[in-house]
Design a protein around this ligand. Structure first.
Ligand code: TYD
Length: 209
């Protein structure tokens, strides 16, 4: 059985990840691919419980936040992502490890070295094959996220915090331009989805060979 592909969606607040996740799911299913859609923080019951804590608890130390995210992630990877990939299914996750580099690293100021250590220790063997980074100026995304209501503690952060998150994501992209596909999320949705479809078609083709 051929291993499935692991896709992740990343970006700041209000950049359209949810809409495009549905688009990607549909795109792959139409091509006969079995898809497991998931998210972080969360994805499995214990990690969903931790998600509530991570998104709602005020006054969490950055170090505690990082460790809680990885606590959920190790279950997510071992209980759900790896088994699905091994069954030949594709996994599409709304956020993954790059979000820790962006939010806990860029946003909260923790060193990337420590995050790398946790990544190597806990989620080795689970690198995304492809990551879509939805990138837009902070003000645009924040406006959309706030208009939607129901904001979490990250969406209440200062513009400076979210700007650091954006810059950290862009740094990830500059370091791994082969894996990370940057999408200009300030463009009209039709153009965004055209760019996604083009990149996905290539991946499906290579996978089928
Ligand atoms: P988000 O993905 O924006 O979900 P929704 O908008 O659908 O509620 O919320 C998840 C939040 O978790 C997001 O604001 C960023 C944060 N987060 C981190 O800080 N680090 C991480 O490693 C992950 C996966 C998420």
């Amino acid at each position: 059985m051929k291993r499935g592909c692991f896709l992740t969606l990343e970006g700041g607040e209000g950049v359209g990840k949810t809409t495009n996740l549905a688009f990607i799911d549909d795109f792959l299913r139409r091509r006969g691919i079995e898809v497991v859609v998931t998210r972080e923080p969360g994805g499995v019951p214990v990690a969903e419980k931790l998600r509530e804590l991570i998104l709602d608890e005020t006054g969490l130390l950055p170090e505690a936040e990082l460790l809680l995210i990885f606590a959920g992630r190790v279950h997510h990877v071992r209980d759900k992502i790896l088994p699905a990939l091994e069954r030949g299914q594709w996994v599409v996750s709304d956020r993954f490890v790059d979000a820790s580099y962006a939010y806990q690293g860029g946003g909260r100021g923790l060193s990337w070295r420590r995050i790398e250590y946790l990544e190597d220790w806990l989620v080795a063997g689970c690198r995304p094959d492809l990551t879509f980074l939805f990138d837009a100026p902070v003000e645009i995304g924040l406006g959309r996220a706030r208009a939607r209501g129901d904001i979490n503690r990250f969406e209440e952060e200062t513009v400076a915090f979210l700007e650091r998150v954006r810059q950290a994501y862009l740094e990830r992209w500059r370091r791994e331009p082969g894996r990370i596909c940057r999408i200009d999320a300030s463009r009209p949705l039709a153009e965004v989805q055209e760019a996604i479809a083009a990149r996905l078609s290539r991946l499906v083709e290579t996978w089928r060979k």
